[in-house]
Design a protein around this ligand. Structure first.
Ligand SMILES: Nc1ncnc2c1ncn2[C@@H]1O[C@H](COP(=O)(O)OP(=O)(O)O)[C@@H](O)[C@H]1O
Ligand SMILES: [Mg+2]
Length: 420
């Protein structure tokens, strides 16, 4: 179980919003995720519509000894919010923790011990911390492997952040263990000059610990909380959803790339998405073919005569493999390699991510070849079915020359290639 504490002593910088929606997105991406509320204000339960009057036990009961001398088990306290998404709630009773445990040995390790019991039940644990650096936050710090500090990109944020980072550094030393501390810009409003300047300053001052992902100001996130839903349910077409999926992907090890939201409307059913893509394709004169992936070796065998995508191959012209590769746009198998080639005018950097590289675009750049706007890579792939997409100057893009697509869970289209 990978445990991340969401910490900042400043209130209103997006800790709870980050905790809820990051946990929801990790779960949506197939990770079993536990969200633990360590703030006595109990905002996680409010933001996820768990009724306060029905909460009998909270994280507090897992930290203190009950009458028989043993704390409650986390499993007996959690509420299932969605598939793979559980909440261990809190309420105002947790405020007593600091006083009850004042001066007691081991008081900083209570959360770590409680989470130890469930470490094999979850892939991820997200801990929402209170806006203070007292005993509750220290418990979170001792229990976690990583800290994420959400920072509002506003006027006082930089001042507060330097102090916060110093405090965290001291706490980390007291913990006596390696904790990765990273900063997440939140509530970012691209339209304001101040926000852009603050983000630029963050990138300079905190470049070694700044997340690549940024959470934009998005009213859908506010609305989602007031409706008691994570953004995954409230509006999966929103900018807020994209930002948190990006953050989850970045933490999962996939470098994020700027993705455009699908649209303002909800597009959650795959067929709807494919339909929509086809409509868009018609508008742009792009032909969608049949919905099965092409057999690439057949294409490779026929490529001298197939000239649908290759800019004018002629069966009369005998060409070397290198020449064929140069002329080709799309995806095809040549021997044991698969060639991906696409034209992206004026692109500065083109990457590819797919099942073959664990969806880490940074690991597989394309190079320009033959022409300045022709991007190409050759990958040795074993037989199988692979999904992939390009990342062009930071934007996820569906391969325009491969008409085999399927909807993915982010509301976008993946390309499919079958290698034989
Ligand atoms: N990215 C965002 N866009 C719009 N509103 C946001 C965003 N992040 C947080 N908010 C809103 O700002 C307020 C404070 O956020 P919250 O997550 O509760 O902060 P904290 O837990 O640090 O006190 C809430 O009303 C929340 O809905
Ligand atoms: Mg909060």
């Amino acid at each position: 179980m990978r445990t991340i504490a969401i910490v900042n002593q400043k209130g209103g910088c997006g800790k709870t919003t980050t905790s809820i929606n990051l946990a929801a997105c990790l779960a949506r991406l197939g990770n079993k995720t536990l969200l633990v509320d360590m703030d006595p204000q109990g905002h996680c339960a409010v933001g996820l519509a768990v009724p306060d009057e029905q909460i009998e036990r909270t994280i507090y009961d897992c930290l203190i000894e009950t009458q028989d001398g043993t704390p409650c088990r986390i499993n007996d306290v959690v509420w299932q919010i969605a598939t793979d998404f559980d909440l261990c709630p809190s309420n105002i009773r947790l405020a007593a923790f600091e006083q009850v445990f004042a001066g007691r040995p081991g008081r900083e390790d209570r959360l770590g011990i409680a989470l130890e019991q469930v470490k094999n039940n979850y892939h991820w644990c997200i801990i929402d911390c209170p806006p203070s650096v007292g005993l509750l936050a220290f418990n979170a710090l001792k229990a976690c492997d990583e800290v994420l500090v959400p920072v509002e990109t506003g006027f006082f944020s930089l001042h507060g952040l330097t102090k916060m980072m110093e405090t965290l550094e001291e706490m980390r030393e007291r913990c006596g263990k390696e904790i990765l501390i990273r900063v997440l810009p939140t509530l970012y409003d691209t339209r304001t000059k101040l926000a852009r300047e603050v983000l630029a300053e963050l990138r300079t001052k905190f470049k070694h610990c700044l997340m690549e992902s940024t959470v934009n100001f998005n009213t859908k996130l506010k609305e989602a909380a007031s409706f008691g839903q994570p953004i995954t349910e409230y509006d999966p077409g929103s900018r807020g959803y994209k930002d948190f999926v990006n953050l989850a992907r970045e933490l999962m090890g996939h470098r994020p790339a700027e993705v455009e939201p699908v649209a303002n409307e909800k597009l959650s059913r795959p067929m709807e998405l494919v339909q929509r893509a086809k409509q868009l394709a018609q508008l742009t004169n792009f032909q969608f073919g049949k919905n099965t992936a092409p057999n690439l070796s057949a294409i490779a065998a026929n490529d001298a005569s197939s000239n649908s995508n290759n800019g004018g191959f002629s069966s009369e012209t005998k060409r070397s493999t290198e020449q064929k590769i140069e002329d080709f746009y799309g995806v095809k198998q040549v021997g044991t390699d698969v060639i991906f080639a696409a034209r992206f005018d004026n692109a500065k950097r083109v990457l590819i991510a797919g099942d073959f590289n664990n969806w880490t675009p940074m690991s597989t750049p394309l190079i320009t070849n033959g022409a300045p706007d022709r991007w190409i890579t050759k990958l040795p792939l074993t037989p199988g079915r692979y999904r992939y997409r390009f990342v062009v100057d930071g934007k996820w893009v569906t391969d325009p020359n491969n008409n085999n697509v399927e909807a993915n869970e982010y509301g976008e289209l993946n390309n499919v290639v079958e290698v034989s």
